[in-house]
Design a protein around this ligand. Structure first.
Ligand code: PLP
Length: 434
């Protein structure tokens, strides 16, 4: 297959590297995990990305989750255009903020919600609030779960043992992570042991509602309910991070598929991505008595110059309002078609693989067995993924440039876009099998 011309992207990448570390404003964009030159995108519409060299790609990144409706959705564009002519930020309350918060409260079990500008801010603030509310210090998280670049949550995984963690990056002092307990995902015994030993010091347990940042590793049936119950029994708060899954896995996110069915509710939840419609908007919320501790009602400080920004709230509200049953049905159909295509071509190429999903979010591991935690996820063949990635890119399909990311689809992925992916898969699977 002829490789697409990339001279424009290469020139921009060189220019970018001269002024920005790695040439990118978020590390995964640099293609370090797969090699090669990141495509500099000029514009996007529906499921299509167009780069500065004029190449088009079916987008299976969807901005790492937000673009549930696809790019430049007419309802979102119109809402943004209307909002932007009325000024871009006031630093005073607006009706748009109230409407977006009401829309989220209507779809989820949260009773009170505070808007922020990124998922990182949402989880950082939720943890501060949990500590302020409980008067305790220890935070429990799972290896392989990403909650943004909050210092205390950038803790390396222990070796499958219960360990107070060491920082996962230079720049985070040990004192920032020494109160973070990192446990293996899906491991009830490890959770029970951690709470038995440290229960009276644990302020909260934070988990991705269904992890998508080590590839998709769904919770075992009842695991989230077990976490909620364990936290309750020990007076700790259960924080469900739905930044990635919220309003994507279902109208009520991952919770809509487990908590709503099983009858439990997280104490706090975090949201981002879809609720911002492609703009910087995120949120944290939950029990009214806990949220009551937040300034100005309570003593726990949290604030933001651009929190509840009018353009972002307009885009987010337009996205949630457009996300009807037909949208969720379509992304389900698209995901099913792609999963079936992956399974068929990988099997034909003799590639061992496991496809793991929660709702329409899925990822592919080059393993023999299903993956249940981070240690197992790391067994995947990253070189094979790199070969797959580039063979797909050369055929006009932009997968996430890392083996440990979810593949995202949108309701704008029409039959032509799906077919382009299906047509590209056999040759890419053969390249990965080499
Ligand atoms: N939480 C989860 C589950 C995420 O997937 C992410 C980002 O990918 C974050 C938090 C951080 O969000 P942001 O990148 O908006 O800071």
């Amino acid at each position: 297959m002829p490789e697409p011309l990339t001279s424009g992207s290469e020139a921009l990448f060189a220019r970018a590297r001269a002024v920005t570390p790695g040439g990118v404003n978020s590390p995964v964009r640099a293609f370090n995990a797969v090699g090669g030159t990141p495509r500099f995108i000029r514009e996007a519409t529906g499921p299509w990305l167009t780069d500065v060299d004029g190449n088009t790609y079916v987008d299976l990144i969807c901005s790492w989750g937000p673009m549930l409706l696809g790019h430049a959705h007419p309802a979102v564009v119109e809402a943004v255009q209307r909002a932007v002519t009325r000024g871009t930020s006031y630093g005073t309350p607006t009706e748009g903020e109230v409407a977006l918060v009401e829309a989220i409260v209507a779809r989820t079990p949260v009773e009170r919600l505070r808007l922020v500008s990124s998922g990182t801010e949402a989880t950082m603030s939720a943890i501060r609030l949990a500590r302020g509310f409980t008067g305790r210090d220890v935070v429990v998280k799972f290896a392989g779960c990403y909650h943004g670049h909050v210092d205390s949550l950038l803790a390396a995984a222990g070796s499958g043992l219960t360990t107070f963690s060491i920082p996962g990056t230079p720049g985070v002092p040990a004192s920032s992570t020494e109160l973070t307990l990192v446990l293996p995902y899906n491991d009830r015994a490890a959770v029970a042991a951690a709470f038995a030993e440290h229960g009276d010091r644990i302020a909260c347990l934070i988990t991705e509602a269904a992890p998508g940042n080590m590839g998709v590793v769904p919770p075992a049936p009842g695991f989230n309910a077990f976490l909620a119950e364990t936290c309750r029994a020990h007076g700790a708060l259960f924080i469900s991070d739905e930044v990635m899954t919220g309003f994507r896995v279902s109208e009520a996110g991952q919770w809509g598929t487990d908590g709503a069915v099983e009858g439990w509710v997280p104490d706090l939840m975090t949201f981002g991505k879809v609720m911002g419609g492609g703009f910087p908007a995120a949120a944290f919320g939950g029990r009214a008595d806990v949220m009551h501790h937040l300034a100005p009602e309570g003593p726990v400080y949290q604030a933001g110059t651009l929190s509840g920004n009018p353009i972002a709230t307009a885009a987010g509200l337009a996205t949630l309002e457009a996300a009807d049953e037909a949208v969720y049905a379509r992304i389900g159909v698209v995901a099913d078609a792609l999963r079936a295509g992956v399974a068929e071509s990988f099997t034909a190429a003799g590639l061992p693989h496991v496809i793991q999903s929660t709702g329409s979010m899925f990822s592919v591991f080059f393993t023999e067995q299903p993956v249940t935690d981070f240690a197992e996820a790391q067994q995947t063949d990253v070189a094979a993924y790199g070969a797959l990635f580039h063979a797909m890119l050369d055929q006009g399909v932009h997968l996430p440039p890392s083996a440990f990311e979810a593949w995202f689809v949108s309701s704008s992925h029409d039959d032509r876009a799906v077919q382009q992916v299906l047509d590209a898969l056999p040759a890419a699977a053969a390249a990965a099998a080499k």
